[in-house]
Design a protein around this ligand. Structure first.
Ligand SMILES: Nc1ncnc2c1ncn2[C@@H]1O[C@H](COP(=O)(O)OP(=O)(O)OP(=O)(O)O)[C@@H](O)[C@H]1O
Length: 337
């Protein structure tokens, strides 16, 4: 659906050059929800602006739905853009127009006749659950309602692709969930491919099928959400995981934990089907006991991942034997202050 091959974007201001997107290879498949996650300045927004042709690529090739964006003329880009819907963090609604007027606007621009426009607006407002607000103005709506109007407007011209740039970053957790549920319906019920740009791990774990992690303009990890976050290989991916679940305690956190729990502290990784429980159920036979002192488990795509920190007490040689046994079923790390 969206294919980037060796795509770079360099901004030049005076003598400074900023490589906002650096040699990115990426494929978003038709019908999936694909997330691009990264911290501020990683290049996510620039990547979106390349995909919808708002910025030209500096090098590389970019195609959307088989049509080449890189090097396309402005009129070709206009036609591609009608197949791409876009929603924004600040909603970008027109305050002087009613909800219905906002949703109708792209249809007007695309030259739809009045009657078809009215029918389409009604259908869209029903889909996002805002038919009763058609005559209201944006400033009479909550943030979540505004974003639902944004989604209705983005879907007006029946795009194949929806780009959501930090679409929930201005919303509280409950409203975020409501908007994410709507994006999932857009994907599942309407068959629209959705690309979500975010700096929030929760957004990715709630709705995405696959994820790309960006850092300094590069895609540093990419794959199914479970694979990337249950086994993060790069520093930014590990940092995102640690915002969702408690990972190996280090520094002060580890020192405090060790003061409270004088036994031998180990952190064990838990994944789907990891038989840590069956190892622990037998350690009493070695004279070792365990205490769960900290941890966090999450479900991603219906599968478990996370870590538990265990305090092991008993004879040191017996503890060593238990740690060796745990190592045969999972990754085990000693907690060090
Ligand atoms: N028009 C521009 N001119 C010059 N530099 C730019 C321009 N747009 C973006 N940049 C730079 O490119 C880099 C990536 O910015 P971008 O906005 O794409 O990151 P981001 O991951 O979306 O971050 P944020 O979430 O803060 O917007 C930054 O260093 C930014 O300063």
């Amino acid at each position: 659906m969206v294919v980037l091959r060796d795509v770079s974007k360099v901004f030049k201001t005076g003598k400074t050059r900023v490589t906002a997107v650096d040699a990115v290879d990426l494929t978003v498949r038709r019908g999936e929800i694909f997330a691009i996650i990264g911290y501020s300045g990683a290049g996510k927004s620039t990547l979106v602006r390349l995909i919808n042709g708002l910025e030209p690529v500096t090098s590389g090739t970019l195609t959307v739905d088989g049509r080449t964006i890189s090097g396309a003329s402005e009129s070709e880009l206009r036609s591609v853009r009608t197949d791409i819907g876009m929603i924004f963090q600040q909603f970008n609604l027109m305050n002087s127009k009613t909800v219905a007027g906002n949703v109708a606007f792209p249809l007007k621009v695309a030259g739809w006749p009045r009657e078809r426009r009215a029918a389409r607006v009604k259908e869209l407002l029903e889909f996002v659950g805002l038919e009763s607000k058609a005559k209201n103005y944006p400033d009479q709506l909550s943030g979540g309602q505004k974003q639902r109007v944004g989604i209705a407007r983005a879907l007006a011209t029946q795009p194949n692709l929806l780009l959501a740039d930090e679409s929930t970053s201005a919303l509280d957790p409950e409203t975020t969930e409501e908007v994410l549920r709507l994006l999932t319906r857009v994907n599942k019920e309407l068959g629209i491919t959705v690309v979500v740009i975010t700096h929030e791990m929760d957004v990715v774990s709630t709705i995405a099928d696959r994820v790309a992690v960006m850092e300094e303009g590069r895609v540093v990890e990419e794959g199914p959400v479970y694979d990337v976050f249950s086994n993060p290989r790069t520093a930014p991916a590990r940092r995102f995981v640690s915002t969702a679940v408690k990972t190996l305690p280090t520094g002060d956190a580890a020192a405090k934990l060790k003061r409270r729990h004088p036994g031998y502290l180990v952190n064990v990784e838990i994944k789907d089907q990891t038989p840590v429980g069956s190892v622990l159920s037998h350690i009493g036979q070695r004279g070792v006991s365990f205490n769960i002192v900290q941890g966090g488990l999450e479900t991603l795509q219906g599968r478990t991942y996370g870590t538990l920190t265990l305090e092991l007490t008993g004879e040191i040689t017996a503890i060593d034997a238990v740690v060796e046994q745990l190592k045969t079923v999972t990754t085990v790390k000693e907690v060090r202050a």
